[in-house]
Design a protein around this ligand. Structure first.
Ligand SMILES: Cc1cc2nc3c(=O)[nH]c(=O)nc-3n(C[C@H](O)[C@H](O)[C@H](O)COP(=O)(O)OP(=O)(O)OC[C@H]3O[C@@H](n4cnc5c(N)ncnc54)[C@H](O)[C@@H]3O)c2cc1C
Length: 424
């Protein structure tokens, strides 16, 4: 009997460096690539914010469409369905006589809970759900310590991991696949189908986020070109703007690492290399911390105590912050840019967070929930982990003392141009 493996794509929308896909192809006669648009990601949070705003939703739809096109180019396709994976996958398994299901494991509770529900549903059919790990630069099994012993202090984590762990090479993208015979591969919905209102691109933004592996690789190539230019012109561009593609899995962190590593030894590129690598290490760190501590990151008290929260004025202060109406020009500019584009720099994120927490005395969880709605690069571990750190309730409590609003403002907007550009 021929073997069929269902490949359930989630935040891993790429062909390159995708162990799950490579193994599925190697161990089967045909595969069934599936993406399920889970309506739960469009719901409302308990803080009254939306789980997914239209900018990230658009990026997600583009990423699905790009993956479908890439699969078609190598002889395949992508089955797209809307609903709950735990209901749809068992049906597909029976309909297409699938022998095993592959997917990537996530770390935050809602996502892992869905895996558990799927696993239970498949278990009743005596079908195995195989878990892969492909979201981090360092694989969990290559760390020099078990998850429970990972140092809480980022600097120690970084030191040990760089000394004692290895970064694996990338898996090659397949150049041919054999897929199951499917009559209806399903349509990719539009934002309007999902009851979201499309947002016009803001002309003040000089950067285009087009979802999908193709857009991710193009942006990575631009980073490489910037590094080559830096080698001759000392023209340093520090923010790579790769985060949205990394979050949706259109780019693997290993791919980013090995591509920028090729520039090693070229003059003036070390600063960019170190900056991007540092970012990727923070990204790994928060993911591993989520694995270690789970839901503690979603609790207002986190690992400590936030301090003063002005409960009486919370709603008013939170609303003025969200809408860029605090009267504090730089914070308003940051929030306007976020609302219009879905992307703000790390320093801008820190500035908005510090102001909400310390000046407006609003609980950090509201800010984190709003970023969850708006950020094009949202991922649970990076967002809630960074917010908890900003509030001083993260697992590395020392981090709070390093944040300084005035210093941030000087570096974000030394000449006042930024506040002017994003004044409304
Ligand atoms: C309050 C707050 C919320 C944040 N929420 C998110 C989020 O939801 N998703 C997200 O990807 N990043 C988040 N960050 C981290 C960081 O701001 C963004 O990753 C970064 O600004 C993206 O821009 P870039 O791609 O140019 O990053 P670069 O500076 O070029 O860094 C390279 C990559 O490293 C990762 N990275 C860099 N800094 C961090 C960091 N501090 N924590 C985790 N990963 C990092 C990103 O994947 C990034 O693409 C948050 C930071 C703060 C302060």
């Amino acid at each position: 009997m021929s073997k069929k493996i269902l490949v359930w794509f989630r935040n891993d929308l790429r062909l390159h460096d995708n162990e799950m896909l490579v193994e599925a192809i190697a161990k089967s006669d045909s595969i069934l690539p599936v993406y399920i648009i889970d309506s739960r990601i469009f719901g409302e949070t308990k803080y009254g914010t939306q789980k997914t705003g239209s900018i990230r939703a658009q990026f997600m739809l583009e990423s699905i469409s790009d993956l479908r096109n890439s699969l078609k180019q190598i002889g395949g396709n992508l089955l797209v369905a809307e609903g709950k994976p735990e209901e749809i996958l068992p049906v597909l398994v029976q309909e297409y006589e699938v022998n095993e299901v592959y997917h990537h494991r996530e770390v935050a509770e809602e996502e892992t809970q869905i895996s558990t529900l799927v696993e239970n549903g498949l278990w009743k059919l005596r079908i195995n759900l195989k878990h892969f790990i492909g979201h981090t630069l360092y694989n969990k099994e290559d760390l020099p310590f078990p998850i429970k012993d990972i140092p809480d202090a980022f600097n120690l984590f970084k030191k040990k991991i760089e000394r004692d762990a290895i970064i694996k090479p990338c898996f090659l993208a397949p150049d041919r696949i054999n897929v199951a015979e499917v009559i209806d591969w399903g349509n990719i919905p539009t934002l309007t189908n999902l009851e979201l209102i499309p947002q016009e691109k803001d002309i003040r933004s000089d950067f285009e986020f087009i979802g999908g592996e193709t857009g991710g690789i193009t942006t990575l190539q631009k980073v490489i070109v910037a590094m080559q230019q830096a080698a001759s012109a000392k023209n340093l561009i520090l923010a790579s703007k790769l985060s949205a593609w990394l979050a949706m899995g259109c780019l693997s962190p290993r791919k980013v690492y090995w591509e920028i590593k090729k520039m090693e030894g070229m003059p003036n590129t070390k600063a960019i290399f170190n900056h991007i690598l540092l970012g990727l290490l923070w990204r790994d760190y928060f993911r591993f911390m989520f694995k270690k501590y789970g839901n503690t990151f979603f609790k207002p008290e986190g690992f400590g105590n936030q301090g003063i929260v002005d409960e009486v004025n919370t709603t008013e202060n939170f609303n003025s912050w969200k809408n860029g109406h605090t009267g504090f020009a730089i914070v308003d500019a940051v929030m306007n840019e976020l609302n219009q584009t879905g992307y703000i720099s790390n320093i801008a994120r820190q500035t908005a967070a510090l102001y909400l927490i310390n000046n407006l005395e609003v609980s950090w969880v509201l800010g984190a929930a709003y970023f969850e709605e708006k950020l094009i690069d949202y991922n649970p571990a990076s967002n809630w982990g960074n917010w908890a750190n900003m509030a001083g309730v993260g697992n590395d409590q020392k981090t709070k003392s390093v944040f300084d609003l005035d210093k941030n403002i000087k570096s974000l907007d030394p000449k006042g141009n930024y506040a002017l550009t994003w004044a409304s």
